[in-house]
Ligand binder design. Sequence first.
Ligand SMILES: [Fe+2]
Length: 193
Amino acid sequence: MARFDKDELVSACLTAVRSETDPRRAVKEIVERTVADPAAIDAAVRDRTESPMMTIWHRSEELTVLHIVWPPDVDLFAHDHNMWANIGIYGGREDNFFYRRLEDGRIEPNTEKTLLVRDTVSLGPDVVHSVANPTREWTAALHVYGGEFFTTPRTMWSKDTHEPMKLDVAFIRERLEAAASKARVADTPGEAP
Ligand SMILES: [Fe+2]
């Protein structure tokens, strides 16, 4: 098992963004190499279910690196990022559903892809996806975005009507927190979910 160091990951991604002609591809290779050794990441971060659900490892105009651990039984709204993204899974499972943009601003379902441990997905800046964790396990992932993830204006789409709306981070966080509380109770011996 190799050693994992989050600062080295961030530094490698920053170098790629600053020097590569195709930074998205270069960062994809870095993420692939990193999640190829899930035990090393596990050893370097705290117990997944005790970690905050999102830890910001780097945030700047050119790059955002997030460590995200999200709870079982979650199905999030479709959204865009407006920047490229590379996601690598090192624990659990993440189902990705991709959508086609329609001329009236709505979306329609297109393809889907299930990511398991050691899998990665590379998303272009126009991609619209929703993510779900249908399992009873927490999903652990590294997310690297080619820009400032938190201040870039983004869109999410209603699950029922597929109508666009301004992305509301607080709303998404609330849904995640609710699922996390439920999962933590379910994880506690002697307590019912
Ligand atoms: Fe996303």
